[in-house]
Design a binder for this molecule. Structure first.
Ligand code: PGA
Length: 259
């Protein structure tokens, strides 16, 4: 049985004060959720404070990126060791926005995944096709390339520590969600691919999140799909009430938000 994992990717939103307000609200609303792992990924500047607030709570903290070297003259970068040190548990790696705007490639994803694992962080590895690729019927080809090359050289033991996030680029921030059926089709493909590469037993225990315009009103139907084990939420994770509702609906709880 795979435990659902719902993560909020706050992207480049929220000042420190706003981040603290958001995380305190989530802590208040979600304190009794034990059916899912809950993660928030603030910007680097808010990570330490948010992580401190989340000590001994049921919510974990994640970074939105990580650099692969442990330390050194790499101006502007943050290492996995540094993230681990401030209580971070997860790191999003290979998000499509990083692939699109910051030259992230499968090769850099691979180095980052290995560095994250070595430091004891759980990588949330993003894969997904653009609209042009989908329209050219290249979805499976692209996903295969992202998985095979982004995760190349990962051992059978380490692959179990990874979370995969399927995020069709055309659904990110656009309000266009993949239908539960469309998402399930790709998730099943990813699981089969993981089974081919690391064995069925490993593939059956790896969690695969869906991301791309997840909202309170579509979370439950996406989560009901056999191979969808969670959500990576962008826009709707920026408000206490919508992220609360997404988490509650994802685990089949009645939503009653007290703000
Ligand atoms: P969205 O973003 O929920 O705003 O579409 C998802 C993501 O980029 O992780």
């Amino acid at each position: 049985m795979r435990k659902p994992i719902i993560a909020g990717n706050w992207k480049m939103y929220k000042t420190l004060t706003e981040a603290i307000e958001l995380v305190n609200g989530l802590k208040r609303n979600l304190y009794d959720i034990i059916e899912a792992d809950i993660v928030v990924c603030p910007s680097f500047v808010a990570l330490d404070s948010v992580s401190e607030i989340l000590i001994e709570s049921n919510i974990d903290c994640g970074a939105q990126d990580v650099y692969w070297e442990k330390e050194g003259a790499y101006t502007g970068e943050v290492s996995a060791v540094m993230l681990k040190d401030i209580g971070c548990k997860y790191a999003i790696i290979g998000h499509s926005e990083r692939r699109q705007y910051f030259n992230e490639t499968n090769d850099t994803v691979n180095k980052k995944v290995k560095a994250a694992l070595a430091a004891g962080l759980t990588p949330i590895v993003c894969v997904g096709e653009t609209l042009t690729e989908r329209e050219a019927s290249k979805t499976f080809e692209v996903i295969k390339d992202h998985i095979q090359n982004g995760l190349s050289g990962i051992t059978k033991e380490d692959i179990l520590k990874i979370v995969v996030a399927y995020e069709p680029v055309w659904a990110i921030g656009t309000g266009k969600t993949a239908t539960p059926g469309e998402a399930q089709e790709v998730h099943a493909f990813i699981r089969k691919l993981l089974a081919d590469l690391w064995g069925k037993e490993a593939a059956d225990s790896i969690r695969i999140q869906y991301g791309g315009s997840v909202k309170p009103d579509n979370a439950a139907s996406l989560m009901a799909q056999e191979d969808i084990d969670g959500a990576l939420v962008g826009g709707a994770s920026l408000k206490v009430d919508s992220f609360t509702e997404i988490v509650k609906k994802s685990v089949g709880r009645q939503s009653c938000t007290h703000l």
